[in-house]
Design a binder for this molecule. Sequence first.
Ligand code: ADP
Ligand code: MG
Length: 924
Amino acid sequence: LCYRKGKTPRRPALKKTNNVEKDPVGVYCRIRPLGAEDEECCVEMISSSTIQLHAPDGLKANRNGEYKETQYSFTKVFGINTGQMELFEDVARPLVEDLIQCKNGLLFTYGVTGSGKTYTMTGSPGEGGLLPRSLDMLFNSIGPFQAKRFVFKPDDKNGIDIQSQVDALLERQKRDSQQSVPKTPSSRQKADLEFADMITPEESRKSKNIDEDCSYSVFVSYVEIYNNYIYDLLEDAQFDSVRPKPPQSRILREDQNHNMYVAGCTEVEVKSTEEAFEVFWKGQKKRRIANTQLNRESSRSHSVFTVKLAQAPLDADGDYILQDKNQVNVSQLCLVDLAGSERTSRTRAEGSRLREAGNINQSLMTLRTCMEILRENQMCGTNKMVPYRDSKVTHLFKNYFDGEGKVKMIVCVNPKADDYEETLVMRFAEMTQEVEVARPVDRPIYHLAAGRRHRNQKLLCFLPALPPCELVDPTDDQTLPRLIEVLEQRHRIRQMMTEQVTHTGMVKFMLQQFDSQMSSKDTFVHDQQSKLNEKEKVILNQKTEIERLEKKSKTLEYKIDILQKTTEMYEQDKRSLQQELEGQEQMLQKELSERRRMEQRMQGVVTDTKLKWEKECERRVNAKQLEMQNKLWVKDEKLKQLKAIVTENSSGGSFPPEPPKKPERPSRERDHTMPQKRSASPTALPVSDFILKNHHNHSDHYCTSTPSTSSPYPSVASCISEWEQKFPIDSGSQSRLHGTPQNQNRTPAPGYSTNSVDRRRGQRWAPDTEAPTNDLDRNTVPPVRPTHRRSRSAGGEKWVDHKPASNLELDTVMQPIIPNAIKVSTPNEKALSKCHKYVLRHQELASDGEIETKLIKGDVFKTRGGGQAVQFTDIETLKQECPTAPRYNISLKYPGLIMLLRCSVSLQMYFGVLFMINKIEDSI
Ligand code: ADP
Ligand code: MG
């Protein structure tokens, strides 16, 4: 006996790369028709993939009509008129095709109790569900290519063993002998539902992609998961109806390929649809009995019907199955009828039933959680642990989601109003279709020529038929040689054909190699293409980046340009400013040197001038000293002369005798004695009070100590006395040459001079015309040039003639006549500002009864503050007898003499000074 172990297809370790192709979980929605008693329909199919839920009227009323109408989308929606066949075509048929192509599939129905899960999965008589239709299609496809019973043999580790046909035959014979009463369909009870009741022969489907060079075998298993326990529904244990034993629960295990399986689960090899359906029905019956006996709620359990397909290639001859377990491929399709998804509160469960219900709900909750986490992991790239182990259902189907396969879910919906609240769970279903499951890879290609089975069958036709080889007669010597001949013939033909086949196989093998090479090349090209696409994306990104950078660089260049231009402008400015600066510096230097030269020159000039002035000062001092000495000398000389005159007079001179009545005589005498007293000390004269302003001009004398104010407040008399005290020599007699501009023509007329009562003192005379004829004077007075005594400014100056209102109007010709003068009674600034000279007519009553008019003269200056100042420079005195006193007429006898005396002294002094000055000037 030769046992070779087959096992479940080794699944490639799921690479977590994006290259693995994935398909989303197909979620279909089936709306069952309303029951006879139901009236309100809450579900509307608005498109082939969308349904809309309408809140039932009762619910609307409860919530004030504010109920949102919700829409859900699915892979496909099947309306109430959808038949079982149509559903099968769309949903289950591809899964059966996959099963035959060695790909796993999982199909489950989901929904509340009564929504049509069982109807969809199992169906009713005449309306076979997905399960009988799938079995039918499978057997229709593999029917003629099925292996003999027991060639494929399930091990207890979810694998399939393979054994030779002879061993299988022997095992069959053994089993047959063990079963005392062989079960035949004819022996079945009529009460059981038969497959023939389910589908009509017209509805049979068959796969066209069946590999005929393989041998197939189908195994079915049926388990129920109730309260998170797994029960085998195909277990052979006899059910004791008297003392029902709780069925033995099964555990889940993982095989060497990490597939989950129910350990020790019965797997029945079935050879036809009828047989398979019979097995299913058996399990179904058992489930029903158990539920009734154990007081279970059948809607609370999940039932899992698994169709396992084992296939192995035929050998090169196409005669036998290849005895290589590694070549055995096993695929399975799980058809799951889930428990009702309604909430616990809806069921009137109590006690242990409530617990059970909770668990049922728990397993569905786990399914929901697993789907959510899977979806999150796939969509967000996270790696959260999916809690498959939390429930048996999810744990059992872990591989479908983790590994590869096709998963489909049919959401059954009952549109009746009662179920409205439950239909909200469709959000889960909608979400589930976002979960992706790896697409199963195509089955490996066997390196054997295809069509082996067909060829083998044809070969049998070519071979000569065997002659009858029954040996009846021992002496028959023809039968055996004939048989030998035929056999030899067959052997030859077979060898020949084998050679051909081998050759074809070689070619085929080469072709296959080429094919695999091509496919690897294809994958390589595909890889390269995807790489290229990635690179292109990168290039595109870089291009946009480059464009962005280019734009940026352009703007920067533009900015640089602007900055450069600005810099150039600034530099130009800087250069021009520097040039300007240099020019100015040069100018400054030039100016500096000029100034230095100037300073040097000025210093020279200053020293020169200084020296000159020093010399000049020295000279002037010397001159002044000389002048003073001269004055002294003149004074002495005059005194001598006077003494001589006085002595002459007293000794009977020619001079008329002095009138005795004259009261002023003593005063005059006193006046004359003053200079005499002073002559003893001529140095007492304040030389510094006289400044020779300009030696080219005639000698103007400025009195620096004269009060410079034009204020009328101090009394004129006091001022005059002060003046006279300061200049005792000239007081009362001094007559200035530059004084009142008296016109020569204005000199008194001869008639007036004799008759007039006026007496003038200090009146100026031109010596050449009016000097009193005095021989003595002529002899003693040094000769002075008369032209020097004439005022140059006479007539050219403007005067302010201040004549106070209190002044008496004197009717005399001896009045100062000032032409071109502004006459004022009180001095005002306006008048002063227009004039250079000022004269005040001051009248006083003298002690001798005469009216004395003093002409106080001064120069007008502009003060710094913008005002006017008068600097008094001269006093001229005019005296007249008061016209009201007739006794003064007597004194007219000698006025000329007195005048002469006084004048001669002053004139001589004056002329002496002038003489001296002229002399000095000449010497210079
Ligand atoms: P579940 O298994 O979900 O509890 P069932 O499949 O037992 O519900 O269905 C309950 C009842 O509704 C059954 O009598 C079934 O015949 C009927 N039914 C369900 N779906 C359909 C359908 N699409 N067309 C006709 N009858 C249906
Ligand atoms: Mg059901």
